[in-house]
Design a binder for this molecule. Structure first.
Ligand SMILES: [Zn+2]
Length: 257
């Protein structure tokens, strides 16, 4: 039996690029095939039935026909358009940050159901939650875990000794915590407070319902954000573009208050 010539799949639309006058080249993330590129023919025509179903930050059901180079979207249906994200600039930027992480860390045709499920759940959580920092940190930790970059938070990554409840260090290059002795030797590691380590350990191993009940003061929240962002930047060897946009937005909110 050959490969069927058409198929259907759920997808999170990650990004779009206009091709020619009326077509769109989409990057989508699917549960069965991972990241894919697909062509939405005529999607830019005002009369197109694909329209909003193929906009970035949409969870859709897509019907595709296999093409020689690219699969072609023949029909589509929106499952969730995440209106709560799209009607608020702050939430919208957070949604795009999640999509950019998924896009940056994954390669085409490498499926991961856990990454699909986590990304989708995160977009729903961003729509509902007033504690988006917890939503994003929980996403980052578990996303890195699914990709094989789970930070080692229990023993020192250099000497293997159990960590004591003191200020330890986070090493991006070794992917985990260094005890004070080893941390002082690695100049690029950054100090990590006792509370930050506690929260990271808990969040790494608990479900989201438990994670969101943890009360995190703003200073600790910034520390957690910075340590994970340093790790992500190190792994990608570049900054996440939508993160700098998020930081700018956050700054303007603080300045206006
Ligand atoms: Zn050590």
């Amino acid at each position: 039996m050959g490969t069927p010539r058409s198929y259907q799949t759920q997808a999170i639309v990650i990004k779009q690029m206009k091709v020619g006058e009326f077509d769109k080249l989409l990057t989508i993330y699917t549960p069965e095939f991972g990241k894919l590129k697909a062509l939405a023919k005529g999607a830019c025509r005002p009369t197109s039935k694909l329209g909003g179903n193929v906009e970035p930050l949409t969870h859709s059901l897509l019907f595709l026909a296999r093409g020689r180079k690219l699969d072609i979207i023949t029909q589509s249906q929106t499952i969730d358009s995440f209106l709560a994200l799209k009607s608020d600039l702050w939430r919208l930027s957070q949604g795009f940050y999640v999509l950019e992480l998924v896009d940056s860390f994954t390669v085409e045709n490498s499926e991961s159901r856990p990454v699909f499920d986590l990304s989708l759940a995160t977009l729903h959580r961003l729509c509902q939650s007033n504690n988006s920092e917890a939503v994003l940190r929980y996403f980052e930790l578990h996303f890195l875990h699914h990709l094989g970059y789970r930070p080692q938070l229990r023993q020192c990554v250099a000497c293997n000794s159990p960590l004591k409840p003191v200020v330890n260090f986070f090493s991006t290059s070794q992917g985990g915590i260094l005890c004070p002795d080893c941390g002082f030797k690695e100049t690029k590691s950054c100090p990590l407070s006792v509370d930050a380590l506690k929260v990271l350990r808990l969040w790494q191993d608990c479900d989201y319902a438990t994670a969101k009940r943890v009360k995190v003061k703003s200073e600790l929240s910034s520390e957690l954000e910075q340590v994970l962002q340093r790790y992500i930047t190190y792994l990608l060897q570049r900054e996440i573009k939508s993160k700098s946009w998020l930081d700018e937005l956050k700054k303007s909110v603080i300045d206006n208050n």
